[in-house]
Design a protein around this ligand. Structure first.
Ligand SMILES: Cc1cc2nc3c(=O)[nH]c(=O)nc-3n(C[C@H](O)[C@H](O)[C@H](O)COP(=O)(O)OP(=O)(O)OC[C@H]3O[C@@H](n4cnc5c(N)ncnc54)[C@H](O)[C@@H]3O)c2cc1C
Length: 419
């Protein structure tokens, strides 16, 4: 393994063992790279999350199906989407388009897949410092231990300590974060009236955000989220007061049965301003939430965490094999921009366009409900049967004026977002 005379703890250290880190470690170890996957937590551990994964993940990452053997996966074929002005869209598809899983189970399963591929694991290592020099990267833990490797994949989540310590992302602007106020509650206490339907509302209660009911086999995830800048300026209630009122209103409407449980409530932040302008910094590659890989319209982050993690792992493995670890970053940035760059960038534009006037949300939902060809295209994309480029061409054809207005209204990108 020695690339220099220095003693390394691994050829590559992956920091953070969520979907991004575990996917990166799995890809690295599968390519024969000596990989150490570290996390402050001991697995299984929970992560506040709705656990909704678009079905295309299983096509893009064929190893996932085997990894999830034994995990409770609720496949959904029915969607209910609503917006302001009573706009409603109900969809039913021939094949599942969204999979619902509990993160406590999903993350443990992907970590096991990484271990099966040969990655070594170290739990309970809480990174507090990171430093990079010409030869490698040193990670220091709260308890004083240190680890060193020629390359690090930073997958340490939305509050990435590595991003802060290396000065890559000292903090997200508040308009680039969403606060998602969610509970994952056992069905004995709270359940969806229609357990086969994924319920999503945009601009709910006039928030710059969304609300959702994700029914799982033994739990239901109910959440309401909005941009943090919007929350600061327009919401006076405490997060759980808002959640309790939201659950009560859905219960009155007949969409939920039961009551909210504060003990299951875990509000948390999501980066929704697009990927960092620099997702590679010397010998450190940022994947998942640490790099801002979340869809700004849907707040879907699991898929992009796994894809960015896998791409970070594959490009790093290739660079290590060529004995040029410092070249991994450039190859990684090329790879993710080619595969998911356009959809992540466009999602930020669409999010800003829709939230500027909430009537636009109603207009888009009403327009989609009049075009079965368009809704089919969106579902095909969710399942991985249609590329993002092909979907965009169909959207241009169906909504030419909206797409033109969106392009015209495009504001200068915020300093962190990819251009
Ligand atoms: C309430 C909520 C609901 C959501 N719902 C959905 C949804 O339904 N579908 C979807 O696709 N996305 C959803 N998301 C987004 C999704 O949860 C994230 O995008 C996804 O978890 C990112 O994965 P990751 O591996 O990058 O980071 P994480 O899953 O956050 O993993 C980071 C890992 O790093 C470790 N770590 C952090 N700091 C340190 C440190 N200092 N030292 C060592 N280890 C550290 C953590 O312990 C953790 O294991 C939701 C987010 C929230 C907050």
């Amino acid at each position: 393994m020695a690339m220099t005379d220095e003693r390394w703890d691994a050829e590559v250290i992956v920091a953070g063992a969520g979907p991004a880190g575990a996917s990166a470690a799995r890809a690295l170890a599968s390519a024969g790279v000596d990989t150490l996957l570290v996390d402050r937590a001991a697995f299984p551990r929970n992560k506040p999350c709705g656990g909704g994964i678009s079905a295309r993940a299983f096509r893009r990452l064929p190893w996932l199906e085997a990894a999830l053997a034994g995990v409770d996966v609720h496949a959904v074929r029915r969607l209910h989407l609503e917006g302001p002005e009573s706009a409603v869209l109900d969809l039913e598809t021939h094949a599942p388009c969204v999979m619902l899983v509990r993160r406590v189970e999903l993350d443990h399963a992907i970590v096991r897949a990484a271990e099966t591929a040969g990655a070594r694991r170290l739990d309970g290592f809480e990174i507090t410092q990171a430093a990079m020099d010409d030869d490698g990267v040193t990670l220091s833990a709260r308890d004083g231990r240190q680890l060193r490797a020629p390359v690090v994949v930073a997958a340490d989540g939305v509050h990435s300590v590595i991003g802060k310590r290396l000065g890559v992302n000292r903090r997200w602007p508040r308009q680039s974060l969403a606060i998602d106020m969610m509970e994952e509650t056992p069905v004995e206490t709270l359940s969806a009236a229609r357990p086969d339907v994924l319920w999503v509302a945009y601009a709910h209660e006039d928030l710059d955000g969304y609300a959702y009911i994700f029914p799982k086999t033994h739990h239901v995830n109910v959440g309401i989220g909005c941009l943090l800048s919007h929350f600061d300026a327009h919401v006076d209630e405490a997060p759980y007061t808002l959640q309790e009122r939201f659950v009560a209103s859905l219960t009155r409407r007949g969409a939920l049965e039961g009551r909210s449980d504060r003990g299951c409530f875990t509000p948390f932040l999501i980066p929704v301003g697009g990927p960092l302008a620099r997702t590679a910094h010397g010998r450190v590659l940022f994947a998942g939430d640490a790099g801002g890989f979340v869809n700004a319209i849907t707040a879907e982050g699991i898929y992009y965490a796994m894809v960015s993690g896998q791409l970070a792992g594959e490009t790093t493995a290739a660079a290590v094999r060529r004995r040029a670890p410092a070249a991994a970053g450039r190859a990684y940035e090329r790879a993710w921009k080619k595969e998911i760059g356009a959809e992540l960038r466009d999602a930020v534009l669409v999010q800003r366009y829709l939230f500027r006037h909430h009537a636009r949300v109603a207009h888009v939902i009403a327009g989609a409900s009049r075009s079965s060809a368009l809704t089919e295209a969106i579902l095909d994309y969710t399942r991985g049967d249609l590329s993002y480029g092909a979907l965009k061409r169909r959207l241009l054809w169906r909504f030419p004026r909206t797409m033109f207005r969106m392009a015209r209204e495009r504001r200068p990108a915020d300093p962190l977002a990819a251009s």
